[in-house]
Write a protein that binds this ligand. Structure first.
Ligand code: FES
Ligand SMILES: [Fe+2]
Length: 435
């Protein structure tokens, strides 16, 4: 391959050489199908790490809460904003006879009241009301609050950790890889669309389908394959990839002649978008782009984006994939972003929880553009999800014990390595009685 062509050979050799610790061998299937392996992931990963659960703006006022189930952490948490404005996470379990304290998935309350016998807690989880209190011998309210977990914020995202005393702060967990994303206008994207579905596959397998582009030409051949830049041989190689201690990032170039692959669409009036719709993207896409051009209420100047966005400064850059270990995927674009969780339920079941955040539009044309983008994304997601249960079945029926990876499926390899390493380290700690 020509080393100077497009984003091809030069990057390819760099990518292959850059992460020698990951090797280039095959990947064992066992971690994707083994209930025992999943138990190790629960113990050494999901009960110890920070996990994304939503945006701060979902609970803007004191008393606003939502409940998040984290099966891989054996937890269901109430995430609630207190009267002091602080967001906390509390296990949704009453101290009396362990009923769920709130049954609703979200709402707003002055207190957290258990519906079984009426115990009540303030928004910090302190026990403040006990019917018939005199009939409990030696009840110490101070000792009978709701059990806290940890909660913290990064750029408006709420993260929780079921460990009330995490080994690492959220900042120490994220900033080594993601400090240069700080300042991205997450808070400007206030129109949120959300889809949730349970997929019968392992969480790593689901995430893996979103952290490589090798599949795009085939799985998305009839939808958005046009939107990514490809070299003269048709390969859709990313601009660059970064693999950190646990997190990883991938930067992608688009095809500016398509609506979906043009980062300037609907934010700037630009001649480069004028030809959109003359390619295979079709009339509706073209109409959507025309309707949406310049229709955002806010301006997004690419020059204002933080240095971690399009870190290679490629002129055709269209989005970056940021995987926050273990299961949070954020695709950052100049004017909107996608935020997905691949939340494990069992070794072969995963909740796919997808949110997309757009800026508010100031007219109907802008909304039409957004609806178009939303429908394209829905179809693309269905194409992605369509492969997952087949792959899980392929893994479980057992003719193969290993997978073979392309050099640019490096993020798939990295995820498997990180999980394996954390389990190994966790088991070593457990052997000397440290966890
Ligand atoms: S279980 Fe909650 S008040 Fe009894
Ligand atoms: Fe895909």
């Amino acid at each position: 391959m020509d080393a100077t062509a497009n984003n091809g050979g030069g990057q390819l050799s760099r990518m292959r050489d850059r992460f020698p610790e990951l090797g280039s061998g095959v990947l064992p299937v066992e971690p994707y199908i083994s209930p025992a392996y999943f138990e190790l992931e629960k113990r050494h990963i999901f009960k110890r790490v920070w996990q994304h659960v939503g945006r701060e703006s979902e609970i803007p006022n004191p008393g606003d809460f939502f409940v998040v189930d984290l099966p891989a952490s054996d937890a269901s948490l109430i995430v609630v904003r207190g009267h002091d404005g602080v967001i906390r996470a509390l296990h949704n379990v009453c101290s009396h006879r362990l009923n769920k304290v709130v049954y609703e998935s979200r709402g707003s309350v002055r207190r957290l009241n258990c519906k079984f016998h009426g115990w009540s807690y303030d928004l910090t989880g302190r026990l403040v009301g006990v019917p018939d209190e005199k009939y409990f011998s030696g009840l110490d309210r101070e000792q009978c609050g709701m059990t806290p977990a940890s909660a913290d914020l990064w750029q408006g995202f709420i993260f929780v950790n079921v460990d009330p005393h995490p080994a690492m702060s959220l900042n120490d967990f994220l900033r080594p890889v993601y400090a240069d994303l700080e300042g991205y206008p997450f808070e400007k994207m206030t129109n949120c669309y959300r889809w949730r579905t349970v997929v019968n596959c392992n969480w790593k397998l689901a995430l893996d389908a979103f952290q490589e582009t090798y599949h795009v030409r085939y799985v998305h051949g009839r939808s958005i394959a046009d939107a990514l830049r490809s070299d003269e041989e048709g390969s859709m190689l990313p601009i660059d990839c970064l693999c950190g201690d646990v997190h990883r990032r991938l930067s992608m170039a688009g095809n500016p002649k398509t609506v979906y692959g043009n980062p300037k669409a609907a934010t700037t009036v630009d001649k480069s978008t004028a030809q959109a719709g003359t390619q295979r993207v079709g009339k509706i896409a073209s109409a959507a782009l025309r309707a949406g051009r310049g229709a955002t209420k806010l301006s997004f100047n690419p020059a204002d984006l933080p240095p971690g966005i399009n870190w290679r400064k490629d002129p055709d850059w269209v989005f970056d994939i940021n995987v926050f270990f273990p299961d949070f995927y954020v695709s950052t674009r100049p004017n909107y972003y996608q935020a997905y969780n691949f939340r494990p339920i069992a070794h072969n079941r995963t909740l796919f929880d997808a949110r997309v955040y757009y800026p508010e539009m100031k007219n109907a044309g802008g909304r039409f553009y957004q609806e178009y983008m939303k429908c394209v994304l829905r179809d693309v997601l269905l194409e992605d999800l369509g492969t997952l249960e087949q792959i899980q079945a392929g893994c479980e029926t057992g003719p193969k014990t290993h997978m073979i990876l392309h050099d640019y499926e490096v993020m798939v390899r990295h995820n498997a390595h990180v999980v394996e390493r954390l389990i190994r380290e966790g088991e070593a700690r457990a052997q000397v009685g440290l966890s």
